[in-house]
Design a protein around this ligand. Structure first.
Ligand SMILES: CC(C)(COP(=O)(O)OP(=O)(O)OC[C@H]1O[C@@H](n2cnc3c(N)ncnc32)[C@H](O)[C@@H]1OP(=O)(O)O)[C@@H](O)C(=O)NCCC(=O)NCCS
Length: 236
């Protein structure tokens, strides 16, 4: 086992900020764990128990690495979400244009999704997080990972989304490249990106980020192009 391998940790959190009942809803479930994270502390390897109700193990919080601060690029800032972002994101999650290729959420689901975003960013420094335009200070979208089950396996899936007026200016690539570099500091392994075959802009961004097409898969009856990217050196 290499140093990189021995640094692998399975991380588990039980964050449930609103005290809502646990469920296996993708954007509701207290977030699980994955191999491949590095922290400064001695690593512990815990069994894979994605979505376990008995999820009470102590956490080797990736945040302990001290990488929770934002990243500044020439035009953008990418930083973990705070409660102050709730109004903006719940509005966006309920907006047809913002949620194109995915489908807008109800207000309740939008709040659950924002809760999930907050919880994920507590433990994964490259979880989906706000993109701000520095010139205006406005949150124009998000980029980062979330857990997603692909062919019965929980994977870290990269995703990005911008408000329509901020598309076509290279923002998704600029923000995602910066956060990917941050990701490679704390994680070794494979990321996936799942893209609607008709979403040419997203396919293009994904390729510019270095993802490679692997195969077509079915996700809840819809066809998606599955892309993969290994970061941080050694795949787990
Ligand atoms: C996908 C999305 C995030 C891209 O953001 P963006 O900031 O416009 O992306 P970038 O400007 O960094 O790159 C877009 C690339 O796609 C290309 N592109 C845009 N529209 C295209 C189209 N219809 N067909 C082919 N290529 C297209 C651009 O030319 C550019 O490539 P280039 O740099 O080689 O010229 C944005 O369009 C969006 O938010 N879409 C709605 C949400 C979404 O689809 N999210 C992804 C879900 S998987």
């Amino acid at each position: 086992m290499s140093d990189a391998d021995s640094a692998a940790a399975l991380v588990l959190i039980t964050a449930n900020p609103r005290g809502v009942p646990e469920s296996r809803d993708r954007h509701h479930t207290p977030v699980a764990q994955t191999a491949g994270f590095r922290t400064r502390e001695t690593m512990r390897v815990l069994p894979w128990r994605y979505g376990s109700e008995n999820a009470t193990w102590a956490v080797e919080e990736v945040a302990a690495v001290g990488l929770k601060e934002g990243i500044v690029t020439p035009r953008l800032e990418v930083r973990p979400p705070t409660e102050a972002d709730r109004v903006r994101f719940t509005e966006l999650f309920c907006d047809d244009a913002f949620m194109v290729f995915s489908g807008k959420l109800t207000e309740e689901a939008a709040h659950r999704r924002f809760d999930h975003m907050l919880a994920m960013c507590e433990v994964v420094p490259f979880a989906k997080q706000p993109i701000l335009e520095r010139a205006s200070g406005v949150v124009v979208g998000y980029t980062g990972v979330d857990y997603f089950t692909v062919e019965h396996e929980a994977r870290l899936e990269w995703g990005y989304r911008l408000v329509p007026e901020s598309r076509g200016m290279g923002y998704a690539t600029e923000a995602s490249q910066a956060l990917l570099a941050r990701a490679a500091e704390t994680f070794s392994g494979e990321l996936v990106a799942m893209i609607d075959p008709n979403n040419h802009a997203s396919e293009r961004v994904c390729r510019k980020l270095g993802f490679a097409f692997l195969k077509r898969v079915s996700v809840e009856g819809d066809v998606r192009n599955l892309h993969t990217l290994v970061i941080g050196g050694t795949a787990q």
